[in-house]
Write a protein that binds this ligand. Structure first.
Ligand code: FA5
Length: 348
């Protein structure tokens, strides 16, 4: 009778161990192994359940039962640990295979970027004017008609306001066609004397060709003080031209019309390519136009509440892409925005 019970008990323990080993071997993930560990070793696990039968055994058989249970625990624990280690190694191998680096391959070249020529020359422009005491101001690209035209003494019937020249977005606003509205915005905010430049994008519905884009950059400059004259304007622009294009560069003013200046001038520099003799770059004229300029019109001062009897000033506006073209001999303005690395990397 005793023997039968002992055998039955031994059989149950062996069956539990066998079942445990089979299940553990089948486990496909570390999580499954952990679940099995709880199933067997947990407070309410299979081993704990079997342990409860201890109470039903005669006292003298209890030590032998305890020893067998310990063996079963040790065996299952060992199988669980081995499986755990195997799975950990497997997942590490998968990871290593996926992340393997072939150190015999040549490295990938890290190409260093550089400033776009228009940004680079813009910074040179800032430095030159800052050294003459001008502040750099930023202005909105989406502008009100009032600032782009009315306050600049450009009346409603002026051709520059026509739909075919400008990008209107409704509600009296448009993409600014020039940086000149920054004169008004600045005069409204600050009292004279002042000197500032304001660079940025401008937009016009111009037909795109070798010297025109629909989106281009201008830099506006203006100075207001007492007793300012055309001579000051010419001095400032000559200094700029010398620093930007070389000290042999000459500057030429010819009468031109802009409603917000009086007198107004077209500003040209002597051709840097031929020194003024005439060549392909300057279309045989010896001169290259870079922008417009003039003495600020009393109507502009009136619109911002400056006393035009007391204050006088000059303003100029230049195309930045055109300056870069002149400086580096770029034959076509469209090249700046075609993103051709063979062209752009020449400036780095
Ligand atoms: C003006 O825009 C005036 N606001 C300049 C000015 C400022 C005059 C202050 C007096 C006082 P204009 O339309 O000429 O003027 O343009 C000035 C410069 O911008 C041109 O000389 C040219 O260099 C550049 N520019 C004009 N249109 C384009 C275009 N479609 N693509 C590239 N550059 C352009």
């Amino acid at each position: 009778m005793e023997l039968v019970q002992e055998e039955k008990m031994q059989h149950e323990i062996d069956a539990l161990v066998a079942r445990g080993i089979e299940e553990i071997q089948k486990a496909g993930s570390l999580r499954e192994v952990e679940t099995l560990r709880v199933q067997f070793f947990g407070k309410k696990g299979s081993l704990a359940e079997l342990q409860k039968t201890l109470g039903s055994l005669p006292v003298e058989e209890r030590p032998a039962f305890g020893a067998r249970m310990n063996d079963a625990r040790a065996r299952l624990g060992e199988v669980l640990d081995t499986k755990n280690a195997d799975l950990e190694e497997q997942s590490l191998n998968v990871k290593l295979a996926a992340e393997s680096i072939d150190i015999s391959l040549p490295g990938r070249e890290q190409r260093e970027g550089g400033l776009h020529p228009v940004s680079d020359v813009s910074r040179q422009i800032f430095r030159i004017f800052e050294s003459m005491g001008f502040t750099v101001l930023d202005g909105p690209e989406l502008e009100e008609e009032y600032y782009n035209f009315d306050a600049l003494n450009i009346p409603v019937h002026h051709p520059a306001r026509e739909d075919q020249d400008s990008f209107y977005v409704g509600e009296g606003r448009l993409l600014r066609t020039q940086t000149s509205p920054m004169q008004i915005r600045t005069f409204e905010r600050f009292a004279p004397p002042l000197a500032a430049i304001s660079p940025g994008k401008c937009f016009r519905r111009d037909a795109v060709d070798a010297t025109h884009l629909h989106t281009f950059h201008q830099v506006e400059g203006f100075l207001v003080d007492k007793g300012v004259s055309m001579a000051d304007l010419k001095g400032v622009l000559t200094t700029f031209a010398h620093r930007m294009f070389g000290s042999e560069t000459r500057i030429r003013f010819r009468p031109d019309f802009f409603p917000f200046v009086e007198p107004g001038a077209e500003v040209a520099i002597s051709c840097f390519a031929c020194g003024g003799k005439g060549c392909r770059t300057c279309k045989q004229t010896g001169w290259i136009e870079i922008g417009g300029a003039g003495m600020i019109h009393p109507a502009v001062f009136k619109s911002v509440g400056y006393d035009y009897q007391e204050w006088s000033g000059f303003a100029f506006g230049m195309g930045i892409e055109r300056i870069v073209m002149k400086k580096y001999g770029v034959p076509d303005i469209r090249m700046f925005y075609e993103n051709d690395m063979r062209f752009l990397s020449q400036f780095h």
